[in-house]
Write a protein that binds this ligand. Structure first.
Ligand code: ZN
Length: 213
């Protein structure tokens, strides 16, 4: 299982785990930086769930992260970890391959050292976008506007406004469980962190939206 591979790698990178429970393995990487691998889920998929604290304002958020405000959808076993205390917003990364794991280690290292957080792109989404492109004469292409090199964290004020507008519920199915902020136009396609481009989705509706794209 890929999640066991992730646990082995983090043991090598960050020393032995600080906590090992039936459902999670956790490392205290910094005073405000806990890293938690969920070992009870997913069951069959070749994927791993990694929880991290929400990065400081203006810092890059991994493209493969689901963003959880406050309590919504949090795995309760993440709470004792540094930076992941009850009530604090969190990221849940969905890792699927070695390249994403390498980039995640680099991201955590930068987070640990208070360096600018590097870009962390999703392999799957990138393939599905690039794979659908038809070769064209690029010399005739108009000059593209400068694209921001990395995905920035959603400002707290924007999070609050979206949360209030959507009534703390998934806009698709109205559940109050496992909610995350979803970019209506994906960040990788130029979508912004504006209130108009964000909505609350539950984890299930978010995953089924990902499969439709
Ligand atoms: Zn939903």
């Amino acid at each position: 299982m890929f999640k066991e591979r992730v646990v082995d790698r983090f043991n090598n990178e960050f020393g032995g785990a600080s906590r090992t429970l039936a459902k999670v393995t956790a490392w205290n990487v910094g005073d405000e930086l806990g890293v938690v691998v969920q070992t009870d889920q997913p069951n069959r998929e070749e994927a791993a769930y990694v929880w991290l604290p929400y990065p400081p304002d203006g810092q890059s958020v991994p493209e493969l992260a689901l963003e959880y405000p406050g309590e919504a959808g949090r795995h309760s076993n993440t709470y004792p970890s540094p930076g992941l205390e009850r009530g604090k917003p969190a990221l849940k990364l969905v890792l699927r391959d070695e390249r994403e794991l390498d980039d995640t280690v680099a991201y955590i290292r930068a987070f640990q050292s208070f360096l600018p957080l590097p870009e962390l792109r999703a392999s799957v989404a990138t393939e599905s976008i690039d794979g659908g492109l038809i070769p064209v004469d690029v010399t005739r292409m108009p000059r593209a506007p400068e694209i921001k090199p990395r995905r920035e964290a959603i400002p707290r004020a924007v999070q609050r406004e979206v949360w209030q507008r959507d009534g703390g519920r998934c806009v698709e199915c109205a559940t109050k469980e496992k909610l995350c902020f979803d970019h209506i136009v994906p960040f990788s396609r130029g979508g912004s962190n504006s209130v108009r481009n964000l909505q609350l989705l539950c984890e299930l509706c978010n995953l089924s939206k990902g499969n439709r794209i």
